[in-house]
Design a protein around this ligand. Structure first.
Ligand SMILES: Cc1cc2nc3c(=O)[nH]c(=O)nc-3n(C[C@H](O)[C@H](O)[C@H](O)COP(=O)(O)OP(=O)(O)OC[C@H]3O[C@@H](n4cnc5c(N)ncnc54)[C@H](O)[C@@H]3O)c2cc1C
Length: 312
């Protein structure tokens, strides 16, 4: 098996990973960054980003992430395509296997593997994904201007997305599995005050209907068993995100949802020399700028760790 020994390994290529790479490269840590299956991370699936400081006129998400990559490469980061598939953090140097067939041993590891949207698991949802089914109102709401759409979810994110869609679409049908929402009171009130959001309590999605595009949705009232078919053009899933932390199970402390735990105010995990940044350790803010900020923290924490050990 091919193997290699390096100072600093960065796993993930979203705002957190690339920012860590910029700082680590400038600190002469010769970072190697593996991009994973989504080079550029979550922002590559969105359009306009208007809230990232420095882009006075806004920027397209994919374009912004190309800028991040170019900046990291210009500073000397070694950016590679590949997926971390297994780790052994029992002692430094930390072992990380890439694509199952390459071993990288690193003095310090920065984890910036982000998070992924959760899906309902329906066959029709998978088949029509990108053809009217979406997990992102901000990205795809625009395509359904003036049309009827549906959204599934009961948390703050679902409420926010429903409100966002209500400004673009004629009607937003919102399906809630229980008799109440999990969203904060303020968000619930905003949803219920919005005339074109129609809330369906105790309602499960049975099937999304349509051949090559979404045409309607069949829902079931879980109390009565009644089925109802509602014509819609877009179907949005807003049931949360899953942190990409599976391969770290058993090594790193995480909460019940799988978010990595860091020592408050730092990027340090429970293992000295292993750091975490971005959405994989942040279920509260989940923004590009906060991910980038924590990527900076991780590189600085890693630099101090390596320097204290006389390794850089
Ligand atoms: C549609 C959409 C629109 C958004 N719009 C905005 C916005 O307008 N403004 C804003 O501030 N935020 C926005 N966000 C949120 C923002 O995208 C995230 O907060 C941010 O991308 C998180 O950055 P990250 O670096 O932590 O991880 P991510 O961007 O999630 O990137 C994770 C990276 O890790 C890699 N990876 C995962 N597992 C592995 C592995 N095992 N091995 C190697 N690599 C791995 C992936 O390939 C990916 O490159 C949006 C999110 C979405 C989904």
């Amino acid at each position: 098996m091919e193997s290699e020994k390096i100072h600093c390994l960065i796993i993930g290529s979203g705002p957190a990973g690339y920012t860590a790479a910029i700082y680590a490269a400038r600190a002469n840590m010769k970072p190697v960054l593996y991009q994973g299956i989504q080079p550029g991370g979550q922002l590559t699936i969105t359009t306009e980003v208007e809230n990232y400081p420095g882009y006075a006129n806004g920027v397209q998400g994919p374009e912004m992430m190309v800028d991040f990559e170019k900046q990291a490469a210009r500073m000397g980061a070694d950016i590679r395509f590949g997926l971390a598939t297994k780790v052994d953090f029992s002692a430094p140097p930390f072992k990380v296997w890439i694509d199952e067939d390459k071993l990288v041993e690193a003095d310090a590891v920065i984890i910036a593997t982000g998070a992924s949207a959760k899906w309902l698991g329906l066959e029709s949802e998978e088949r029509l994904n990108g053809f009217g089914v979406s997990a992102c109102a901000v990205c795809d709401g625009f395509f359904f201007r003036g049309k009827e759409v549906a959204i599934v979810g009961a948390g703050d994110t679902a409420a926010e997305e429903a409100l966002y869609l209500s400004k673009l679409c004629s009607t937003v049908h919102m399906f809630i599995r229980r008799e109440e929402m999990r969203a904060s009171k303020v968000m619930q009130e905003r949803v219920q005050r919005t005339p074109n959001i129609k809330v369906y309590w105790n309602t499960n999605t049975d099937e999304i209907l349509g051949e090559n595009k979404v045409e309607s949705v069949r829902v079931k009232n879980v109390k009565t068993g009644d089925l109802q078919t509602i014509p819609i053009s877009g179907f949005f899933v807003a049931i949360g995100h899953q942190p990409n932390s599976d391969i770290f199970k058993g090594w790193l402390d995480m909460d019940e949802a799988g978010y990595l735990k860091t020592i408050p105010g730092t990027s340090k995990t429970n293992i000295e020399g292993v750091f975490a940044a971005g959405d994989v350790q942040d279920k509260i803010y989940r923004q590009a700028v906060t991910a980038a900020g924590s990527g900076c923290m991780a590189a600085l924490d890693a630099e101090r760790y390596l320097s204290a050990k006389g390794l850089v």
